[in-house]
Design a protein around this ligand. Structure first.
Ligand SMILES: [Zn+2]
Length: 125
């Protein structure tokens, strides 16, 4: 039985007792219980979001250049460290010929100079 259904059942019994003061107290307590339930729901949701964020933080690998990777990421996707540090958003960067480029904040650089030197020097950004 949920909180709301329980309160309704008790209210029916209290109405039959024909005690106005008891009924008023039940209404007050019911309002408090429903407020507490709403607070619990909100905190549970916030806690879940914080756990997700913490799990993600623990997977982040920083590099000398301004990009991030995630532990156990088979695809070795690069994310922008500037966007993560400022907004806690994982923005995937473009990777091409040893260079990376963030489409959001425009941070760019070279992550593999040997690979980059193989190609003509036309930056991707
Ligand atoms: Zn960025």
């Amino acid at each position: 039985m949920g909180l709301y259904e329980g309160i309704k059942d008790v209210a029916k019994i209290v109405q039959k007792a024909d005690n106005v003061e008891l009924y008023r107290q039940l209404i007050d307590l019911s309002a408090q219980a429903l407020d507490m339930q709403a607070t619990i729901n909100k905190l549970t949701e916030e806690n879940s979001e914080l756990k997700k964020r913490q799990d993600l933080e623990e997977r982040i690998v920083r590099h000398q250049e301004l990009y991030l990777t995630l532990k156990d990421d088979e695809n070795n996707i690069f994310y922008c460290s500037h966007c993560w540090d400022s907004d806690r958003k994982l923005i995937q960067t473009h990777k091409y010929h040893g260079e990376y480029f963030c489409p959001h904040c425009k941070v760019n650089g070279i992550y593999d100079k040997a690979e980059n030197d193989k190609y003509d020097r036309y930056p991707i950004y």
